[in-house]
Write a protein that binds this ligand. Sequence first.
Ligand code: ATP
Ligand code: MG
Length: 418
Amino acid sequence: MKMITALKGTHDILPEEAYKWQYIEDKIKNTAERYRYGEIRIPAIEYTELFARGVGDTTDVVQKEMYTFLDKGGRSLTLRPEGTAGVVRSFLEHGMFSDALPKKLYYLITCYRNEKPQAGRYREFRQFGVEVFGAEAPSLDAEIISMAMSLLNELGLKNLVLNINSIGCPKCRKAYNDKLREYLRPHYEELCDTCKTRFEKNPLRILDCKSDICKNIGKDAPMLIDNICEECREHFEALKKELEILKIGYVINKSIVRGLDYYTKTVFEITSDSLGAQSTVCGGGRYDGLTEELGGNPVPGIGFAMGLERLIMCMEAEGVFMGAVSVPDIFVASLGENASRFVSGYVKELRDSGIGAERDHMARSLKAQMKYANKIGAKFSIVIGDDEITQGKASLKNMETGESEELSFDEIINKLKK
Ligand code: ATP
Ligand code: MG
C-alpha cells in the first residue's frame, strides 16, 4: 500500500521540536497570568455563517481561504480560520457581558486556511490570541500592544517594528469610502476580479490587495487616517500618548487595514526584519462593531493574534534561547532478571517522587544499556545487580563528570529530588 502522508501545508511537531513550543507556551501562559487574562478554549469547527459575518465577507480569508464543507445534515460548517469570531460568539452565548468588565480572554489554537503553502504560510497553523470586551479606552489598546511587545521582547526578539494605524469608525469610514471610490472609479476596469466586488462593498480592502496592479492603483489613494472624524482622531492621539508612557516605539503605517471587515479605530501589526516575505508576527485591532454584527448588544472589543510558526521562525533566525530538550535525571541499568524486576519497582518510586527516570525494555547487555543512557542524555546512572539489591545501595554515577558515590536507594531519591 502507498504510504499515507500528512496533508500539504500541515506539519507534525516532533519531540525534538516540541520543547520549543512548550517553552513558548509557558512564556505565553505566564504573560497572560500577569496581564490577568483567562484562558478560553473554543471549538475548531463552527457554523460557516459565523466567519462569513464575523470575519467579513470581503476578506481573502472568507472569500478564498476557508475550509468549508456540508455535514451529513446538510449544514455548512467551517474549520476556524482565526479565533476572534469564535471567541465573540462564546462571549455572547455565555452572557459574559454581565461579568465584571473588561472581560479579558486568551487562547492558543490551531487555525485552518486554504492558502498556498510557503515559508511562514501553512494550511494548519497555530496562534496565540487575546480578546478583550467592554472597554473603549485607548489605555486598553496600549495595554494589549504592550502585552504582545513584552512577550516578544522576553522571548529575546530584537528586530521588531510596531506599526499602528487608525481605520476610523463606520461614520468616518462611510465618507471616506465615497472619497476612495471617486479616486478608484477611473481605474475600475483594471482592478482584479476580487477588488471589483470590493469596490461597492468595502473599497478599503482594495488597498490591502496583494495583486501588483491593484497595489499600484492604490498607491496615491487618499488614506483613511487622514480622513477620520474628531472622536477617532482623539482616540488615536491618546493611544500614541499611552504608548509613549509605556516607552513603546512605533511607526504610523497608513496602509495597514487588517483582515477583519469590522475593525474600528486602532489597528496594528508587529513585523520582524528577521523574517522574509511573511514578516507579520502579530496583528490586531479594535472591533467595536463585531458583537452587534453577530447578533448581540454593542460591546466594544479589541484583540490580537500572533502566528506561532512565524514566531518560531523569527526566534530561530535571531538565534535566541528556545528552551532545551528534556533529558532523564537518571538511567537505571539492570543486570539479570531478578534485578530487572527490582528495577521496575524502583523506577516507579523514582518517578512517583518527581524524578525523570528511564530503564531498559530491550533486553540490552549492560554495555548497550550504558550506551543507550548516554544517547538519551541521562544526567545520572546506576547499575543494579543482585549485590546492590542485597546491600540496599548502588553507585550513583554523574554521567557528565564520571564521578560516582555510594548511596542507599532512598538517598538517591532524596538527592535527585532537589
Ligand atoms: P498575512 O497578511 O500574512 O496573510 P493575515 O492578515 O492573513 O496575514 P491574520 O489573520 O491577522 O493574518 O492572522 C494573525 C497572524 O497569524 C499573522 O500575523 C501571522 O503571523 C499568522 N498567520 C496568518 N496566516 C497564516 C498562515 N497561513 N500560516 C501561518 N501563520 C499565519
Ligand atoms: Mg492572510
